[in-house]
Design a protein around this ligand. Structure first.
Ligand code: NAD
Length: 247
C-alpha cells in the first residue's frame, strides 16, 4: 500500500469534473495539491477550504510560460513535485468540411499541446529530483471516432501516443507516465449533451453498463497509476469506460 502522506501533486483542470474529483481524493490521502485552472473564483474557493494543503494557480495550460510558472509555484509552496495529473481539456465540435482552422487549433492546443507542455516541465523537475509519476487524461475517443469530433479524437489519440513516448524516454529517470481513457463521464463538460434525451439514449445504447461514469470513479484509477502498486505500469492506457470499448 502506498503512503501518500506528504507527497505533492499538480492537477491541471482541477476546478471541475474529473480534475476536481482527483484533487479531492488526493487531499483525502494526505497529498498537497497545486490546482491549475482558468476558473479563478473556484480556485479561490478551493484554496480557502483547504488552506495549507492546496494552492490554486491561475494558468492557461496551452501557454508554456504558465506551465513553467505552475511547476515553480508548486515547488515553492510545497517543496517538491511527486505526481502530476494532466486533466484540463475541452473541445469545439465541427464537421470536417465545415470546421474552422481556429476551432481545430483551439481543440488540439487545449487537448494535446497542453499535455506536451505539462509533461515537459513536470518531468524536467522530476528528472532532477529522483523521479515521479504522471497521468494524462486522454479519452475513449482516442480509439473510437465520433461525429463532429475529429479535432478532439485526433488530439486524444495524440495524447495516448505522447504518453507512450514520454514513458519510453523518461523511464531511465524513474518517471512513469500513463494515460486514462475515460468513456462518458457525468461532468459539466457532458451535461449539455446528456440532458438531450435522444443523445443520452444513443449513449446508453452503446455503453454496456447502461450509465455514465461519475467523476469520482476516475479518481481511484488515477491514484492507482501513481501509487507503488503500479510501480511496473508504464506507458499504459487504462480504459475506464463501463465496457464501451468492447461493445
Ligand atoms: P470539465 O469541463 O468539468 O473540467 C475541465 C476543467 O478544465 C475546467 O475546470 C476548465 O476551467 C479547465 N480548463 C479548460 N481550459 C483550460 C485551460 N486552457 N487552462 C487551464 N484550465 C482549463 O471537464 P471534464 O469532463 O472533467 O474533463 C476533464 C478531462 O477529461 C478533459 O481532458 C476531457 O477531454 C477528458 N474526458 C472527459 C470525458 C467526459 O465524459 N467528461 C470523457 C473522456 C475524456
Amino acid at each position: 500500500m502506498t503512503n501518500f502522506q506528504g507527497k505533492v501533486a499538480i492537477v491541471t483542470g482541477g476546478a471541475s469534473g474529473i480534475g476536481s474529483a482527483i484533487t479531492h481524493r488526493l487531499l483525502e490521502a494526505g497529498v498537497k495539491v497545486a490546482v491549475a485552472d482558468l476558473n479563478e473564483a473556484k480556485l479561490k474557493e478551493m484554496e480557502d477550504a483547504n488552506a495549507g494543503n492546496l494552492i490554486g494557480v491561475v494558468a492557461n495550460v496551452t501557454k508554456e510560460a504558465d506551465i513553467e510558472a505552475l511547476v515553480k509555484k508548486t515547488v515553492e509552496a510545497f517543496g517538491s513535485l511527486d505526481f502530476a495529473f494532466n486533466v484540463a481539456g475541452a473541445s469545439k465540435a465541427g464537421a470536417i468540411t465545415e470546421q474552422s482552422e481556429e476551432d481545430w487549433d483551439f481543440t488540439v492546443d487545449l487537448c494535446l499541446k497542453s499535455v506536451f507542455l505539462s509533461v515537459k516541465h513536470e518531468a524536467k523537475y522530476m528528472k532532477e529530483h529522483g523521479g515521479g509519476a504522471i497521468v494524462n487524461i486522454a479519452s475513449l475517443n482516442a480509439h473510437v471516432p465520433m461525429f463532429y469530433g475529429a479535432a478532439y479524437s485526433s488530439a486524444k489519440a495524440g495524447v495516448e501516443m505522447l504518453t507512450k513516448n514520454a514513458a519510453l524516454e523518461l523511464a531511465q529517470h524513474q518517471i512513469r507516465v500513463n494515460a486514462i481513457l475515460p468513456g462518458l463521464i457525468s461532468t459539466p463538460l457532458t451535461s449539455d449533451l446528456t440532458k438531450v434525451e435522444a443523445i443520452n439514449d444513443a449513449y446508453m445504447d452503446r455503453i454496456p453498463m447502461r450509465r455514465a461514469g461519475e467523476a469520482d470513479e476516475m479518481a481511484g484509477p488515477a491514484l492507482f497509476l501513481v501509487s507503488e502498486d503500479a510501480s511496473y505500469v508504464n506507458g499504459a492506457s487504462l480504459l475506464v469506460d463501463g465496457a464501451w470499448a468492447v461493445s
